[in-house]
Design a protein around this ligand. Structure first.
Ligand code: NAD
Length: 361
């Protein structure tokens, strides 16, 4: 029997509601696939500030470092917005990413035919879209030095940020790109601005070199401005996109909005080894609907599916969850965020139960 330790950090707002449903799915998968998931729950974000004065305690960090994977709900909310940036709930995420060495953010954007109306784009443009954006998370423009704003002698100011990447940093994110593409349709598009930025010229050179180890994956290159345009013009052309931190921040938000349903989209942040990984929905803590029992748990349930695929090598189990979600949507079951006017709305618990029922078969 396979055994895995999972650190479960529900966080704030709708976090506990959606994570509660995702955990039920994980437990059922354990029974069906002869695996044991030891789940250890802990506070993170605003609820941890309330209980311990800090968004992430040493103890919880230790739990995350010792786990085989971390499942996170969401953090933040109006209650903690007035606090100093250094102890805001969001600091917990940054600290977890840093300490776990999570350098690759993997975000799928998939259109479900039953939800095609949720997108702002025409159905014929987005029908069948199923892509993944992989964003480098710890380098590039957001972290390079020198950075800052300085006062010049003439009284004006000068702001500086620096885009920096080393060969090993590019190589490891490129490998994540090729590996993910290998588990999908085997097409990788590396996005850069190699015609203008020397850093991304190096990016392209290294990606081409890494490609030698993946002859089964078709590699292409695209400039970031063109990619932003192509994502709206013809998103079906993409399978896996791999790109720099800032470019990825923008492109992954753009890609997720193709689907129009934020409550449906999971994500994974991956590090150097399979047990360095954090899985979470892309949305926040949705304080406007917290406690009402109406949040959509699908993004978190699909985050569990990603955990099974990327951390536990349980691809079959992952597919079972994805298929169950598809069937539930097929049957017309909708939480409020994806229901059309006049349609019956399922609660968070009802949506979770519907997915469980499909998995049970
Ligand atoms: P949000 O994603 O929480 O909510 C945006 C809108 O989408 C809201 O109307 C919300 O009700 C809806 N929504 C989000 N998830 C949903 C779900 N599962 N089901 C149904 N509807 C859903 O973004 P926001 O309102 O900008 O931020 C709220 C708080 O969350 C802030 O404190 C922010 O800092 C935090 N946040 C946290 C994360 C994270 O933990 N990774 C990410 C983004 C925002």
């Amino acid at each position: 029997m396979k055994r895995f330790n999972v650190a479960v950090l529900p966080g704030d707002g709708i976090g506990p509601e959606i994570v509660g449903e995702a955990i039920k799915v994980l437990n059922l998968i354990g029974t069906k696939f002869n695996a044991e998931f030891k789940l250890t729950e802990a506070l993170v974000g605003g609820v941890s500030i309330d209980a311990n004065g800090v968004p992430l305690t040493e103890e919880v960090l230790k739990l995350a470092l010792g786990a085989d994977a971390v499942l996170l709900g969401a953090v933040g909310g109006p209650k903690w917005e007035g606090l100093d940036y250094s102890i805001r709930p969001e600091r917990a995420l940054l600290a977890l990413r840093k300490e776990l060495g999570l350098f690759a953010n993997v975000r799928p954007a998939k259109i479900y035919n039953d939800l095609i109306d949720a997108s702002t784009l025409k159905p014929e443009v987005i029908e069948g879209v199923d892509l993944v954006v992989i964003r480098e998370l710890t380098g590039g423009l957001y972290f390079g030095t020198p950075k800052g704003v300085e006062l010049l002698a003439d009284g004006t100011e000068r702001g500086v940020n620096t885009m920096v990447y080393t060969t090993p940093e590019i190589e490891r994110i490129a490998r994540v790109g090729f590996e993910v593409a290998r588990k999908r349709r085997k097409k990788l598009c590396s996005v850069d601005k190699a015609n203008v930025l020397e850093t991304t010229e190096l990016w392209r050179k290294v990606v081409i070199r890494v490609a030698n180890d993946y002859p089964d994956v078709e590699l292409s290159h695209m400039y970031v401005d063109n990619c932003a345009m192509q994502l709206v013009r013809n998103p079906k052309q993409f399978d896996v996109i791999v790109t720099e931190n800032t470019f990825g921040d923008i492109l992954s938000d753009e890609a997720s909005m193709l689907t129009g349903s934020i409550g449906m989209l999971p994500s994974a942040s991956l590090g150097a080894t399979k047990n360095r990984a954090m899985y979470e929905p892309i949305h926040g803590s949705a304080p406007d609907i917290a406690g009402k029992g109406i949040a959509n748990p699908i993004a978190t349930i699909l985050s569990v599916a990603m955990m099974l695929k990327y951390s536990f090598d349980m691809e079959d189990a992952s597919n079972v969850i994805e298929n169950a979600v598809e069937k539930v949507l097929n049957k017309g079951i909708r939480t409020a965020d994806i229901a059309k006017p006049g349609e019956k709305k399922a609660s968070c618990a009802e949506m979770g139960a519907a997915v469980l029922k499909e998995i049970q078969g």
